[in-house]
Design a protein around this ligand. Structure first.
Ligand code: HAM
Length: 420
């Protein structure tokens, strides 16, 4: 019988890498928590129409990448390709916007896009996101960006940059769109690109083909056609970023893959990741709530890629968190020693010490190998003679240094040795 493999384009995380995965996710969530974002847990599938209307009918995400199926009740259901639309749905459904604003929410979980798999691009991926709803204050845009930047720095990452732009709003965007379409109409573009220019001309600015890039080099840019209000908003966001000490570069050609963005847009780009270099992105989406049937409230947020942040840590050789499975590992020599070391599990773990021991009667050599592999700092080695003397050997694995501690004091001695 052939064994099963995971579906194409889906990552598995197991020890030791899974410990880094959790550390990356928790660092991102921790940064949001420190800025007052409350946690929201949402379903991984929603009504298909929510994404069609929220993300945009003409986006690649909606036209090509959604996992959509009909459930047993004949409803069209889609595995969530992103988080913002679902958060807005929950905010509207539960009236979360009736309390104090801004409403600040954070989430983490799996998202699904049927993309062509490649390094850093998966069909199931993990994001940590935040959304701040109901206050159009440029300081809030800067806060959202700073929360992401702080988390990346806390992980130890340095090889990334923050790219920033403004996409204008409903008052200045239509005129710019017409201007860009008029420019594109004069170019000798192929039929498919011409069709794209008709639906979403901004996408043509993001075309990766060198011949198209050359043609759109002099295309008008939104940044140069912002209304006074949009420009003032953008300048204030940049000012607050300076106040927060967050470095950025402007990229007026940035094109986000989702249609709901207005004004501030940003991406965190890592140079060591090849083609899939965005470790996170986000922006403001002032019309989305109303479009989904809610109040006309503004919003700003981000989605950070946990998988790609993990890859970035590997590329830079930085290790967020602790990959060891345990702090202390028990090495019993004989049955009596084993029952003593088993009995120590409860008091050690209750004292917050991560404790594991050699199961399966491995003998000294096998048990010491287990201790090394566990990543523990200390082994507790216990033999017949130690039991008689009421002691246990506390061995530091990195140095081999060993000292006797009284069995009755073992929890205190272990905690002292670990510096806790
Ligand atoms: P997004 O730019 O589509 O934004 O995705 C955010 C991040 O998710 C990307 O920068 C990337 O790190 C990660 N990501 C996206 N697709 C994949 C994939 N196929 N494989 C691995 N990682 C991936 C959003 O999703 C918006 N909802 C963000 C947002 C929140 N904007 C405002 N609020």
């Amino acid at each position: 019988m052939t064994a099963f493999s995971a579906p194409k384009g889906v990552p598995d995380y197991f020890p030791p890498t899974s410990a880094t995965f959790l550390a990356v996710r928790d660092t991102l969530l921790g940064s949001a928590r420190r800025a007052g974002y409350g946690y929201i847990e949402l379903p991984v599938f929603e009504d298909t129409a929510l994404f069609a209307r929220g993300v945009g009918e003409s986006t690649d995400v909606v036209t090509k990448e959604m996992y959509t199926f009909t459930d047993r009740g004949g409803r069209s259901i889609t595995l969530r390709p992103e988080g913002t639309a679902g958060v807005m749905r929950a905010v509207i459904e539960h009236g979360l916007d009736k309390g104090q604003l801004p409403l600040k929410l954070a989430y983490a979980g799996q998202f699904f896009r049927a993309e062509q798999p490649q390094s850093g691009r998966y069909r199931q991926f993990h994001q940590v996101g935040v959304e701040a709803v109901g206050v159009d204050d440029p300081a809030l845009d800067a806060e959202v960006i700073a929360v992401a930047d702080e988390a990346f720095r806390e992980m130890g990452l340095t090889g990334y940059r923050l790219e920033l732009t403004s996409l204008g709003d409903s008052s200045d965007r239509p005129a710019y769109r017409e201007r860009l379409q008029a420019f594109l109409a004069k170019l000798p573009l192929d039929d498919e690109t011409r069709r794209r220019a008709g639906i979403n001309p901004l996408r043509v600015l993001d075309d990766k083909r060198p011949e198209v890039r050359a043609m759109v080099e002099d295309a008008p840019l939104m940044r140069d056609h912002l209304s006074d209000a949009s420009r003032a908003h953008y300048e204030q966001v940049k000012g607050y970023l300076d106040d927060l000490g967050v470095k950025f570069v402007e990229n007026p050609r940035m094109v986000r893959g989702l249609d709901y963005y207005t004004k501030t847009c940003f991406e965190f780009v890592h140079d060591g990741l090849g083609a899939q270099s965005a470790i996170g992105g986000g922006g403001r989406y002032d019309g989305l709530m109303e479009q989904l049937g809610g109040q006309p409230l503004s919003g700003v947020g981000f989605g950070l890629g946990v998988d790609r942040s993990l890859l970035a840590c590997q590329v830079e050789g930085v290790q967020p968190g602790d990959v060891s499975r345990c702090d202390v590992y028990g090495v019993p020599l004989g049955e009596a020693a084993k029952s003593r070391l088993v009995a120590l599990s409860a008091p050690l773990r209750a004292a917050g010490v991560r404790y594991d021991l050699a199961y399966g009667g491995k003998g000294l050599k096998g048990a010491m190998k287990g201790a090394d592999r566990s990543g523990a700092r200390y082994a507790l080695v216990l033999g017949e003679r130690d039991i008689e003397a009421g002691v246990v050997q506390l061995k530091e694995l990195a140095t081999g240094d060993q000292r006797e501690v009284p069995l009755v004091d073992v929890v205190i001695s272990v905690r002292e040795a670990l510096g806790r």
